[in-house]
Design a protein around this ligand. Structure first.
Ligand code: C5P
Length: 235
C-alpha cells in the first residue's frame, strides 16, 4: 500500500501578520514549508508528496521541494527517496478545498493518504510513522492527539457555558492525519467543511483512532508561535 502525503500550504497566515503566505515565512533561514517537508521526507513510508500552494506561489513551492529533497535527512530515509515523486498544485479558498485539490493530484498507486499542515512545520517523522502504522494495521483513519491541559468549556452564542466535557476524555489533535484513500475521498465528496479531515470521516460513521501525537507538532499560528519554533530550533 503506497503512502501519499498532501501538505496543505495554501493559507494566507493572516494571524501571523507576515507579508508572504505563512508557508513561506522564514524560520532559522528555511521556510515553514521547507521544515515541514524535511520532517515528512525523513519518514521512510512516504512514497509520493503533493504540496498544495497558494495560487501564484507554485513556482516558489516547487523550489522549496527541490531544496527539501536535497537534504540529508530525506536522502537517508528510504532507498525510495530518489524515486519519490513530489508535485505542486494550487490550493483553494478554504483548507478543505486545498485538501481536495491535493487528493485529486495523487497517483492511482496511492492507497493510504496523509494530510499535513505546513504550519505544523516541526512535526517529527516518528508521528508520521505512527499514523501510517495505524492505517496499515487496519484503521480507516488515524490522527495524532495529545492530552489537553486546560479545562475546556462549551459555550452558546452569548458566551454562556453549556457544558464541561471531562478533560480526561479530550485530545487536542494534530496533523499528519492518515486515511484509507477511499474513505477520505468519500468524506470529501460529501463535504469539505470541517476544521480537520478526520471530522469529515467521522460524519460518514467511520471509526477514527487517536495515536500519540507530539508537542513538537504544534501549529505555528501567531508571531509568538514562530518565536517558540525558533527557540526550539536553536536548542
Ligand atoms: O489557517 P490554519 O492555520 O488553520 O491552516 C492550517 C493549514 O491549512 C496551513 O498549513 C494552511 O497553509 C493550510 N490552508 C490551505 N488552504 C487554505 C487555508 C489553509 O492549504 N485555503
Amino acid at each position: 500500500a503506497a503512502v501519499g502525503l498532501i501538505v496543505v500550504a495554501a493559507g494566507s497566515g493572516r494571524r501571523l501578520g507576515a507579508d508572504v503566505p505563512k508557508a513561506f515565512v522564514p524560520l532559522a533561514g528555511v521556510s515553514l514549508l521547507g521544515h515541514a517537508l524535511r520532517g515528512a521526507l525523513s519518514s521512510p513510508g512516504v512514497a509520493e508528496v503533493v504540496v498544495v500552494a497558494p495560487p501564484g506561489w507554485t513556482d516558489e513551492a516547487a523550489a522549496v521541494c527541490r531544496w527539501a529533497r536535497s537534504q540529508p535527512s530525506a536522502a537517508s530515509a528510504p532507498a525510495a527517496a530518489t524515486r519519490r515523486t513530489i508535485g505542486v498544485v494550487p490550493g483553494g479558498a478554504e483548507r478543505g478545498d486545498s485538501v481536495a485539490a491535493g487528493l485529486a493530484a495523487l497517483s492511482p498507486a496511492v492507497s493510504i493518504v496523509l494530510v499535513h499542515d505546513a504550519a505544523r512545520c516541526l512535526a517529527p517523522s516518528t508521528v508520521f510513522d505512527r499514523v501510517v502504522a495505524a492505517v496499515r494495521e487496519g484503521a480507516a483513519a488515524a490522527v495524532p492527539g495529545v492530552a489537553v491541559v486546560d479545562t475546556i468549556k462549551e459555550v452558546d452564542a452569548t458566551g454562556r457555558v453549556v457544558g464541561t466535557p471531562d478533560r480526561a476524555r479530550l485530545r487536542a489533535v494534530q496533523t499528519p492525519q492518515g486515511f484509507r484513500r477511499d474513505v477520505l475521498e468519500r468524506a470529501h465528496a460529501a463535504s469539505s467543511d470541517a476544521t480537520d479531515d478526520a471530522g469529515l470521516v467521522e460524519r460518514l460513521g467511520e471509526t477514527v483512532v487517536v495515536v500519540a501525537g507530539d508537542p513538537l507538532a504544534f501549529k505555528v499560528t501567531t508571531p509568538g508561535d514562530l518565536e517558540t519554533a525558533a527557540r526550539i530550533l536553536a536548542g
